[in-house]
Design a protein around this ligand. Structure first.
Ligand code: ACM
Ligand code: ZN
Length: 751
C-alpha cells in the first residue's frame, strides 16, 4: 500500500515537473528543428549576458524576473561562458543580419539555451517562443514551481511584416486601463507589435486634454434614453502608464484622434467647432453623423493643433492616426465658412476640402516629427500630405493606396473586422487573409507595412471582447508574421486547439472558430427544389432541425444528409453536444417558385461587398435575414435596381414579390416604389404593377419588407422585370443626410 502511494507521488511529481512535449508555437516560426531531449530551467540555471551589451543584458534580466515571479529561482550572471552547463545565454554575436531587428535564433540543447538576436525586439520574441514551449500552466497567475522543462530544438525566425496590429475601440464601449494592459500582454505573447488605440468618437472622448477639460467633463459621458450615464476616460497619467507598459513589450501604441467626422462628442463639448454652432449631445446611437468639425473655421485647426500637441507628448509613436473615415459632407456643403474656404483654397469639391483639412493637420504633425495615418477615404480628394493609408473598405483600397505610392496598413472588413459575427468571419476566413493585393507591382510590395484586426465595440462591451478577438487574433498574428509558404489551415487549427490551454491559463474567454451550424444551398437540376446542406462547426456536435417553425430541441430530427426542399420553407437548426445546445439557433427561409434558378439580367452593378453570394443572388431561393451582412442580400448604393428574369416559356403570372431590407442607421432604405413589367419577347414590356412603399414603415429603423402584388387579370408572360426606385439621398432628419442611400434586395418570387 505504502509502495503504491510512493509510486503515485513519484508519478505526480513527474507530471508536475511540467514537461511540455507539444510544440505549438503561434505564430509559426520560419524554421523549427526539433531534437531529442529537453532542458530544465531551475534554481541552478544561470542566465548570462555580456554586461557590456545592455540590450542582451536587459533581456536576460527580463527573463530572470519572469522566471523568478513564477518561483523558478534562477540567477543572472553578467558574463558569457562557453563552458556554461545549465545556462541560458543571451548574445548579439553570431546573429545573422538578415534576421533584422525582430528576428532571433533560439537553440535549446540538453545543457544550455542560446538566444541570439540583433536588437531588443528579437530577444523579446525569442523569450515569447520560449514561453510557448513551457507548460501551458506557466501562464497562470498563481503558477509557482521550482523548475520548468522545455524540449530541445532550434528555431530561426523573423516576421514577414513590420506592422502587426490590433485596433481597440475604447469609445463605443470603454475598456479599463488594466484591460488595455492585458491586451498589450496578449499582443506581445503572439508577437504582435501595434496597439491602435481608438480614443475619440461620436459616442465618447476618452483622452484627457489639459487645455480643453470639457472634452472629458462633457465629451466622455453619454446619457442614454433611460437616463443612465455611460462613459469613462484615461487621464494623461493612465496613458503614460499604458504606453510605457507597451514599450517594454515592444508594442507601439498609435493613438487615433478622429477628424473631421466621428467627432460629435468633441462638438458636444465645444459646439463652436461645428458648422452650425448648435448644441449637440454626446451620441447614444451607432452610425455615421452629419455634424463634423467645420473646415472653414480657423478655431477648428487651433483646437486640433492644441489637442495634438498634448497627444504627441504622450505617445512616442512616430505615427498619429487621424481617422478621416465616414465624414458626410452635408454640413460643409451648407456652411458659409466652409464654402468660403473651398473658394479661397481654389478647391473644386468637398472631398478636396477634406484633403486640405487633413493635409493641414499632417503638415502640423510633420513639424512635430510625426506621420499621419488615415482610413482609406482620405484618398478620395487626392492623397493628403505624406499620409499612410489604412485600407478597410476592401483589399482594392490597398491597391488604390499603392497606386498613390502611399504606405498602407491593410485591414479589410472582409477578413479583419472582429466585431463581425463568426458566421460571417470565421477563423478560417481570417486565416485566408493576405495583406498584399494580388495585382500589385512587386516594387510596391514594401509599401505594404502589414495589417491590423479591428475590434469595434458598438455591440461589444469589455466583457465580450475576448470572445470576439480570440481565437481570430491567432490567425491574424500568423498571417502577419509567417510567410505564406509555411501556412496551412489544418495544421494551424491543430496548433490553435493545443493553444487553447494557454489561452485558458491566461484567462482568455475565447469564442468559437466558426458558427456551430453553417449551411450551403444549391438548386436542383429541375429548378424545382433546393438542397440545403447543414455543416457542423465542430466534430463533436450533432445537428437537429425543424421545418415547421418550431425551435429545434434535442428531440428534433437529426441531420444526416442534405435536405430537399420542394416548397417554400423555413429551416431552423441547432447544434447539440451531450444534450446541450451549442451556439444560437440558425434560421433561414427559402422560396421555391417559378423564378428559382432562372436566368437573370441585372440592370445595375451590385456592390462587391454585398453581392449576395453570386450574380444570381436574386433567384437563388435564399431569403434575407434582418442582418445586412448575412451574405444573402444583394445591394447597390445611390442607384435604382432593375432586373429581368427569363421564365423560359410564356406562362400565367399570378403573383410577384421582391424582398427588401431597411436598416436606416446603416443608410439602407426601402425603395419608394417598385414597378413590375412582363413581356413575351423581352422587347415590349407591359407594366402590371406599381407598388408604393407604405408610409407607415418608412421610418422603421430595421425591417425586412416584401413588395408583393397579386395579378388579377390573366396575365401571361415569359420575361418579368422589376424596377426598384432608390428614394434618393439620406433625408434631412438622417444623421448622414445628403449621403447616397443603399437598396438591399434578397429574392424575386414569381408564382
Ligand atoms: C471604419 O470602420 N469606419 C474605419
Ligand atoms: Zn463649416
Amino acid at each position: 500500500m505504502r509502495k503504491l502511494l510512493m509510486l503515485a507521488l513519484a508519478l505526480t511529481a513527474l507530471l508536475s515537473c511540467s514537461r511540455n512535449s507539444d510544440v505549438n508555437i503561434i505564430p509559426k516560426p520560419v524554421t523549427i528543428k526539433q531534437a531529442d531531449g529537453d532542458f530544465t530551467i531551475n534554481s541552478k540555471t544561470l542566465v548570462r549576458a555580456d554586461s557590456a551589451d545592455s540590450i542582451a543584458l536587459n533581456n536576460a534580466i527580463y527573463l530572470v524576473e519572469l522566471l523568478n515571479q513564477k518561483g523558478v529561482g534562477c540567477a543572472f550572471n553578467a558574463e558569457v561562458g562557453v563552458d556554461s552547463t545549465n545556462s541560458i545565454v543571451f548574445t548579439r554575436t553570431g546573429c545573422s543580419d538578415s534576421l533584422g531587428a525582430e528576428g532571433y535564433m533560439l537553440s535549446i540543447g540538453p545543457k544550455h539555451i542560446v538566444i541570439k538576436a540583433n536588437e531588443s525586439a528579437g530577444f523579446f520574441y525569442a523569450i515569447q517562443t520560449l514561453r510557448q514551449l513551457m507548460p501551458a500552466n506557466f501562464e497562470k497567475n498563481d503558477f509557482r514551481q521550482k523548475s520548468v522543462t522545455v524540449p530541445c530544438l532550434s528555431v530561426i525566425d523573423k516576421p514577414r511584416f513590420p506592422w502587426r496590429g490590433l485596433n481597440l475601440d475604447c469609445c463605443r464601449h470603454f475598456m479599463t486601463k488594466d484591460f488595455v494592459k492585458r491586451y498589450i500582454d496578449l499582443l506581445a505573447y503572439h508577437k504582435m507589435n501595434v496597439l491602435h488605440w481608438h480614443l475619440t468618437e461620436d459616442q465618447g472622448w476618452r483622452i484627457e486634454i489639459k487645455k480643453y477639460p470639457r472634452l472629458t467633463e462633457i465629451g466622455a459621458w453619454r446619457t442614454n434614453a433611460d437616463g443612465t450615464v455611460y462613459g469613462g476616460f484615461y487621464t494623461q497619467d493612465d496613458i503614460r502608464e499604458v504606453v510605457s507598459y507597451a514599450a517594454k513589450r515592444h508594442v507601439m501604441v498609435v493613438p487615433e484622434i478622429e477628424m473631421p467626422g466621428h467627432s460629435v462628442a468633441a462638438l458636444a463639448a465645444y459646439p463652436n467647432l461645428s458648422c452650425t454652432g448648435e448644441p449637440l449631445k454626446v451620441e447614444t446611437n451607432w452610425g455615421v453623423f452629419k455634424d463634423i468639425y467645420c473646415a472653414g473655421n480657423d478655431s477648428t485647426f487651433i483646437f486640433l493643433q492644441d489637442v495634438l500637441t498634448e497627444v504627441v507628448e504622450l505617445f512616442p509613436s512616430p505615427y498619429i492616426h487621424i481617422g478621416g473615415d465616414e465624414a458626410p459632407k452635408y454640413r460643409w456643403e451648407n456652411c458659409p465658412k466652409c464654402k468660403a474656404r473651398l473658394k479661397s483654397e481654389g478647391l473644386s469639391n468637398y472631398e478636396e476640402l477634406q484633403r486640405y483639412f487633413i493635409s493641414r493637420i499632417a503638415k502640423f504633425l510633420e513639424g512635430k516629427g510625426k506621420t499621419i495615418i488615415g482610413w482609406d477615404e482620405i484618398l478620395e480628394g487626392g492623397r493628403p500630405h505624406n499620409a499612410t493609408v489604412q485600407a478597410w473598405r476592401g483589399i482594392d483600397r490597398a491597391t488604390e493606396a499603392l497606386s498613390a505610392n502611399a504606405p498602407v496598413i491593410v485591414s479589410p472588413t472582409s477578413h479583419c473586422y472582429f466585431d463581425y459575427p463568426i458566421e460571417v468571419t470565421s477563423l478560417q476566413k481570417v486565416y485566408s487573409f493576405d495583406p498584399v493585393p494580388t495585382q500589385v507591382d512587386s516594387a510596391k510590395v514594401p509599401l505594404v507595412l502589414g495589417g491590423e484586426c479591428n475590434m469595434w465595440t458598438e455591440y461589444a462591451p469589455q466583457e465580450t471582447v475576448d470572445s470576439k478577438v480570440f481565437p481570430r487574433m491567432l490567425a491574424i498574428a500568423e498571417v502577419l508574421w509567417t510567410y505564406p509558404r509555411d501556412r496551412n489551415y489544418n495544421e494551424f487549427l491543430n496548433r490553435v486547439r493545443n493553444h487553447y490551454h494557454r489561452l485558458e491559463a491566461l484567462g482568455v474567454t475565447y469564442g468559437f472558430e466558426q458558427s456551430a451550424v453553417e449551411f450551403k444551398s444549391s438548386i436542383g437540376d429541375d429548378k424545382k427544389s433546393i438542397s440545403a446542406e447543414l455543416i457542423k462547426g465542430q466534430d463533436n456536435l450533432t445537428i437537429r432541425y425543424t421545418t415547421n417553425g418550431d425551435e429545434p430541441t434535442e428531440s428534433s430530427t437529426r441531420y444526416r444528409k442534405p435536405i430537399e426542399l420542394t416548397s417554400s420553407t423555413t429551416l431552423k437548426a441547432a447544434a447539440f453536444n451531450n444534450g446541450n445546445r451549442v451556439g444560437d439557433v440558425f434560421e433561414r427561409s427559402f422560396a421555391v417558385s417559378k423564378s428559382l434558378g432562372k436566368p437573370i439580367e441585372l440592370g445595375f452593378v451590385p456592390a462587391e461587398k454585398y453581392l449576395g453570394g453570386s450574380m444570381q443572388a436574386l433567384v437563388d431561393g435564399r431569403l434575407g435575414t434582418p442582418k445586412y451582412n448575412d451574405g444573402i442580400w444583394q445591394a447597390v448604393q445611390g442607384h435604382d435596381m432593375l432586373a429581368t428574369i427569363d421564365l423560359g416559356a410564356n406562362q400565367p403570372i399570378k403573383n410577384f414579390s421582391v424582398g427588401f431590407l431597411q436598416n436606416i442607421p446603416s443608410w439602407i432604405f426601402l425603395p419608394n416604389r417598385v414597378d413590375v413589367f412582363v413581356s413575351a419577347d423581352s422587347i415590349s414590356f407591359d407594366q402590371i404593377a406599381q407598388m408604393d412603399c407604405p408610409e407607415s414603415i418608412k421610418r422603421q429603423p430595421v425591417l425586412v419588407y416584401r413588395f408583393n402584388t397579386f395579378v388579377v387579370n390573366n396575365i401571361m408572360g415569359r420575361y418579368v422585370r422589376f424596377v426598384a426606385h432608390n428614394p434618393g439621398p439620406c433625408p434631412e432628419w438622417h444623421p448622414a443626410s445628403g449621403s447616397p442611400t443603399w437598396l438591399f434586395a434578397d429574392e424575386i418570387v414569381v408564382e
